[in-house]
Ligand binder design. Structure first.
Ligand SMILES: *Cc1c(COP(=O)(O)O)cnc(C)c1O
Length: 372
């Protein structure tokens, strides 16, 4: 990842509290790492929630350039927004399926819904019959996540109700693992077994089960199509083991003020912190509205060079104060919040959450910088 220029720093200081750098080259390499990890499967890309907060449009362009031919989003609105940049021969798939009344818009834009319920199956086949077309779709089975998909007890209905699948061009049967980030969890084998059993009640179709962590459960979980999101963006798919993915995100915050205070000075909301000795404090222009949760209080949340800067007092909405004693910090300088010294997963652990939530809550206020 290349260095920040003076121009980037000036932009950030003028416009926002920091610079969010997204390394598209790292996303491309992560895509190929996931291909290598699942050599017998097609690797789709999950780009919901604006590409996990990093910008769906540049992420989609990068994945398409690497040969990705299936893209998943959560909502129809996300698919409609991406449709102009996704070629017609690439499957654009909506995990939540078409919302009631949105089926026609979905079909017109050649977006494939995931059919998650009897109601969604019926609505899709009735549209196909009304328009006398075959409408492609993915079918989801619930194998133990208990969230989306037809249950095992729905399968006789699917097979025995005349015309229920009429007009639906099923492209893929899919399910989702609940505990894939815990390889030893017995639910993994149970869900794989349920998926194999339930698939037998359907016509032979390409199958998809694994998301990022599922890929690393090995061949039995991979099936024909894998659907990674988080791992593309550098989140560790194998928590507790070394991260096999490359870091994608860097976040630097602008220093707004530096002040010297004596001992016994209270800092921030609630006066929860009081200095114990003469202290140099730096106020950073990033707060909980930028995804820097209040639960980070007390942790080292920023780095200046190799030196950690510990949070002092509470995180505010748009700022936070760090201890910069002995450091040559000045207003307008940038300090690292996410980067080589603090991976997004480390920051998430400090905040009491997971990398997924950290990335998707970073917010829209940063200057965004794309590197290749
Ligand atoms: C979000 C999601 C994915 C991607 O999951 P990651 O853990 O980010 O790889 C795959 N499949 C479904 C159904 C999802 O909801």
């Amino acid at each position: 990842m290349d260095q920040l220029t003076h121009r980037d720093i000036a932009d950030a200081a003028l416009a926002t509290g920091g610079v969010l750098t997204v390394d598209l080259g790292a996303i491309r390499r992560n895509y190929h790492r996931l291909r290598a990890a699942s050599p017998n499967s097609e690797v789709a890309g999950v780009v919901k929630a604006d590409g996990y907060g990093l910008g769906a449009v540049p992420v989609v362009r990068a994945l398409l350039a690497e040969g990705c031919r299936k893209l998943f989003v959560a909502h129809l609105s996300e698919a409609l927004a991406l449709r102009p940049i996704v070629p017609a021969d690439v499957d654009l798939i909506v995990l939540h399926g078409a919302p009631p009344g949105g089926e026609a818009a979905c079909a017109e834009q050649h977006i494939h819904p995931v059919l998650n319920s009897r109601a969604q199956v019926l609505a899709w086949s009735s549209l196909a019959q009304r328009t006398r077309t075959v409408l492609p779709a993915y079918l989801q089975l619930d194998t133990g996540m208990t969230r989306f998909g037809l249950s095992e007890s729905d399968l006789p209905w699917l097979n025995e109700t005349p015309g229920v699948l009429f007009g639906i061009g099923l492209r893929c049967v899919m399910s989702h693992l609940a505990c894939a980030d815990t390889p030893e969890h017995p639910a993994n084998a149970a869900q794989i077994a349920a998926f194999n059993r339930m698939r037998k009640a359907l016509p032979p179709l390409p199958a998809s089960l694994a998301a990022s962590s599922g890929i690393f459960l090995g061949a039995a979980a991979q099936f024909d199509i894998v659907r990674p999101g988080a791992a593309l963006y550098g989140i560790n798919p194998v928590p507790g083991c070394g991260n096999p993915m490359e870091r994608v995100v860097r976040l630097d915050a602008v220093v707004m003020q530096v002040r010297e205070v004596g001992a016994g000075v209270a800092v921030g909301y609630g006066h929860t912190a009081v200095t114990e000795r003469p202290t140099r404090l730096a106020t950073l222009a990033v707060g909980y509205a930028d995804g820097f949760r209040r639960s980070l209080a007390g942790t080292a949340a920023a780095w200046f060079g190799d030196a950690p800067l510990k949070l002092v007092g509470r995180v505010s909405m748009d700022s936070m104060v760090v201890d910069a004693t002995g450091m040559d910090l000045f207003p307008g300088a940038l300090v690292e919040l996410i980067g080589p010294h603090c991976e997004v997963d480390d920051l998430a652990t400090n905040a009491g959450t997971i990398g997924y939530e950290m990335l998707t809550s970073l917010g829209q206020r940063f200057v965004r910088r794309i590197t290749e």
